[in-house]
Design a protein around this ligand. Structure first.
Ligand SMILES: [Zn+2]
Length: 488
């Protein structure tokens, strides 16, 4: 079936995780106007799977009833996070329903899954999507949604362009990773940037969010990330904006999920003006996570390091920050990371204890220090012909298949293979098992950075002052002045 590989996106050669599926299982999801129940019909192509599995532990309590449809009805019931399909014949069908009331009740101000605005609902796909535990290379799943008039759905799957109702190919990509679906009276907005079409859903809130402002904010951040190497790293990410965050800043809480085509979720305080969103670091940070494939959680320092580094680099290149402000932010980050280094833990230990110790800044900013050191070293060794940007460009062409989880070492080995010289692995080796936050004196000296307490100063006679300036130099995408001057 060539239809699945349809590429409406100039510059993106393929959709990761999509095979030329011979067997396409078809799910139809009926959504009611109260967002109280989902009714799912699933018909399997060829031999039916012996069991179905689900990602959420809440799925069993949300399950209402189910039955096989052919040859004759038989009740289906989940057993934990699995459900036996014994007796379902070739090309057989099942039907089941799932209550969303539970999801609506577990409203969570932190911004995680299951948010009910009184009109729109975000819920884990794993709550209702009972599917084969794995897909073979020749299998895929197509999911169609039958929605009430005026309703929309947002899922991080590949949309089929010519379907009568919203229809998606799930693909094997990140099949077993968490993703969220949104249902409600929003409108999904496509945002085309080089290499990608982001699909934005701004959910309802009180007061109603300015959807056009949110679109301009996300587009600006996506363009600044796409400018790192000329295209956005993943072709069809889902972006969910959830108003009502109880905090003074524009976007106090955000995260990326890797299920499906990947997604970024932003909890926002919709009362803040557009200018504050555009200046904020959160969107370039979250979208920069998509530069890397899913990574071993024990190596979270790398993904957070890349995101923390590029949240400043991209804003400097797009003109949101001056180069001095960007270095000042990075310097402040390193200071925060060092301050949290009270126990003399190694980076590996600190990453493992990050959640327990609440020591995010140590991990994020040592990660950023490693990323900066690698970027600078590569620029120095190649007289500026290579950089972290060029390595990520090549890495993005080979290695973003969401099916695979990488360790930091594997990613750095690939970086060095791309660069054709050992740059990143030696830095990893020097830092990963060394206690404490790294001493950056020598790196600062070479870059011509002087940390004078909380302030960073610049020397232009340093050996790598040019590399330093090249990192933050104006890029091909510049944030429109109108966005920065925008009051609301
Ligand atoms: Zn992050």
């Amino acid at each position: 079936m060539s239809r699945i590989a349809v590429v409406l996106l100039a510059g993106s050669a393929f959709l990761p995780g999509f095979a030329a599926a011979e067997r396409v299982h078809r799910y139809t999801v009926d959504v009611d106007a109260d967002l109280a129940t989902l009714r799912v019909d699933a018909c399997f192509s060829g031999r039916a799977p012996t069991m179905l599995a689900v990602e959420s532990q809440e799925a069993t309590s949300a399950f209402v009833e189910g039955k096989t449809v052919s040859p004759q009805p038989r009740a289906l019931a989940p057993n934990g996070m699995e459900m036996s399909l014994r007796g379902v014949p070739e090309n057989g069908c099942i039907a089941y329903s799932v209550s969303l009331l539970h999801a609506r009740k577990t409203r969570d101000h932190s911004g995680y899954a299951n948010r009910w605005t009184g009109r729109d609902l975000v819920t884990e796909v794993g709550l209702w999507f009972w599917r084969p535990p794995t897909l073979t290379a020749d299998e895929d799943i197509e999911v169609s949604f039958r929605l009430p008039e005026g309703f929309a759905v947002s899922v991080p799957w590949h949309p089929l362009a010519d379907a009568a109702v919203p229809t998606y190919r799930v693909g094997r990509g990140a099949y077993n990773r968490t993703s969220d679906a949104a249902f409600g009276r929003f409108r999904e907005i496509p945002i085309d940037v080089p290499g990608a079409r982001l699909r934005l859903a701004v959910l309802n809130g009180k007061p109603a969010p300015d959807v056009e402002a949110m679109r301009r904010w996300i587009e600006d951040a996506a363009r600044s990330v796409a400018a790192i190497y000329g295209r956005f790293p993943v072709p069809e990410p889902q972006v969910l904006v959830l108003p009502g965050a109880p905090a003074p800043e524009p976007t106090p809480w955000a995260y990326v999920l890797r299920g499906g085509q990947g997604s970024a979720h932003f909890s926002v305080n919709q009362r803040r003006p557009l200018r504050e969103y555009v200046e904020d670091w959160t969107a370039p940070h979250e979208l920069s996570h998509l530069l890397l494939p899913p990574t071993d959680p024990n190596d979270a320092w790398l993904s957070e390091g890349i995101a923390s580094y590029y949240q400043n680099v991209t804003r400097a290149r797009s003109g949101v920050l001056t180069a001095e402000e960007a270095w000042q932010n990075i310097h402040a980050g390193f200071r925060r990371g060092r301050k949290l280094d009270t126990k003399g833990l190694t980076l590996a230990q600190a990453t493992q204890r990050m959640y327990r110790d609440n020591a995010y800044m140590r991990v994020y900013w040592q990660g950023a220090a490693i990323v900066l050191a690698g970027d600078v070293e590569l620029r120095a060794l190649t007289d500026g012909r290579q950089s972290l940007d060029t390595v990520l460009d090549a890495f993005g062409r080979c290695c973003l298949d969401p099916d695979r989880e990488w360790t930091a070492r594997e990613i750095f080995q690939r970086f060095d293979a791309i660069a054709g010289m050992p740059v990143f692995v030696p830095i990893l080796d020097a830092q990963i098992d060394t206690p404490g936050f790294p001493d950056l004196t020598s790196l600062y000296g070479r870059l011509g950075l002087e940390g004078l307490g909380g302030k960073v100063a610049f020397r232009n006679d340093a050996p790598l002052a040019r590399a330093r300036d090249a990192i933050m130099a104006p890029g091909p995408y510049r944030t429109p002045r109108a966005l920065l001057g925008a009051g609301s």
